[in-house]
Design a protein around this ligand. Structure first.
Ligand code: NAD
Length: 355
């Protein structure tokens, strides 16, 4: 893999490799674009097969963060860190403090947070060596209810656009995954008297919790969730669930959920969904509640302000759906147009000198 070619192709600013000889910490931080502000993105710990796999992953994820924050109206760029190691054996206070020192060495160009295989408690150690870390215990707290709230407003926006009413009670829903975010979406849908809710799960504890707390929410086999005759499919489990085999099965008018990277192939499957006449709420727009939540930690956390910002996902999606129709492009491409336009415009207003 020629990394400079890839950097040039997608406009990456910086790729930093680091190694700590005391703890064996090995990692890569990628800063994709800082036009709007410091690059923010979590630290993922993974046992990558090789360095190139890790480099490609960190670059892909950092680029995704640029789009997510730009579309969310935040003054943040996109970044990410990956650590190469076995999460079962490599973690320690020293390991994460060593990471904190590398984060600090970027002097605020990059801000980190927890991600896959790292926790808010690990970030406490990072915070001993750098102030450039968010998502700490006792600050913005668990992002999942907020992410779910954003997706709830996203579902309402899609209903409004497709059916000219955002009255949740008139429609039926199929929620894939009743984990951290799916559980809360179901709760918000129930509070708004959803006509009917189905859910699929593979974790027996989560199935049991739903049956106990909300017996009216009907369990369906994970393979059957795609072909249910409902108005909204709400993916809240895995990535790549929208693909050649699932898209033809969908009976829904709308796809709107929290899962990251829902389209297996962004170009092919974004178009396939549009061609089938389904309305897809782009994942990086509808699931931005989490990043909006930690952003507020940087500004002095206030829950009311967070909720106010998260509700803006509604209007933002309406604007993206309009761009998609007017430009005859699928909604994923329209969301990119929307995000890149903001980066371009805000970047340009910064060209004149002010003291
Ligand atoms: P989670 O792990 O708490 O929940 C996912 C649930 O899906 C689990 O209960 C799991 O058992 C279930 N599941 C896995 N495979 C399944 C399958 N084949 N069929 C049905 N259910 C299945 O995760 P989460 O925090 O709710 O996140 C869900 C998605 O949303 C992920 O893609 C995540 O990256 C994304 N996301 C989450 C947040 C957040 O704030 N938590 C923010 C942005 C994006």
């Amino acid at each position: 893999m020629d990394k400079f070619d890839y950097m040039v192709k997608h406009g990456f600013e910086q790729l930093v490799y680091f190694y700590d000889k005391t703890t064996g910490l090995k990692g890569i931080t990628c800063i994709h674009d800082t036009t709007l502000g410091p690059a923010l993105g979590g630290t993922r710990l993974w046992n990558y097969n090789n360095e190139d796999e890790a480099a490609l992953d960190v670059m892909r994820l950092a680029r995704g963060m640029t789009l997510k924050s730009a579309a969310a109206g935040l003054n943040l760029g996109g970044g990410k860190t990956v650590l190469i190691g076995d999460a079962e054996t490599c973690k320690s206070e020293a390991y994460f403090r060593a990471l904190g020192r590398f984060v600090q060495s970027l002097n605020g160009r990059y801000i980190t947070a927890e991600d896959v295989n790292t926790t808010t408690l690990d970030m406490e150690y990072v915070n001993m060596e750098t102030k450039y870390v968010v998502g700490l215990e006792g600050k913005s707290g668990n992002p999942s209810p907020i992410t779910a709230l954003g997706a709830f407003y996203g579902i309402k926006a899609a209903l409004k656009y497709r059916f000219n009413t955002d009255d949740i009670s008139k429609f039926s829903y199929a929620v894939q995954g009743a984990g951290q975010t799916g559980y809360y979406i179901i709760k918000y849908l129930l509070e708004n008297n959803a006509k009917k809710i189905y859910f699929s799960e593979i974790n027996p504890k989560h199935i049991e919790r739903m049956n106990r707390e909300h017996p009216m929410v009907e369990f369906v086999d994970p393979n059957e969730i795609y072909s249910l005759d409902v108005d909204v499919f709400v993916p809240c489990a895995l990535g790549a669930v929208l693909n050649d085999s699932t898209i033809p099965k969908l009976q829904t008018a709308i796809i709107a959920g929290t899962a990251n990277n829902q389209l297996l192939d962004e170009i092919k499957h974004g178009k396939m969904i549009k061609d089938r006449g389904l309305l897809y709420a782009p994942d990086f727009v509808i699931n931005a509640g989490g990043v909006i939540n930690v952003y507020h930690e940087m500004k002095g956390y206030n829950r009311d302000n967070v909720i106010r910002d998260v509700k803006k996902i509604y209007d933002r999606l309406l604007e993206i759906f309009k761009i998609s129709d007017e430009a005859a492009i699928d909604t994923q491409q329209a969301a990119k147009v929307f995000a890149l336009k903001r980066i371009d415009t805000i970047g340009k207003i910064h060209t004149n000198y002010i003291n």
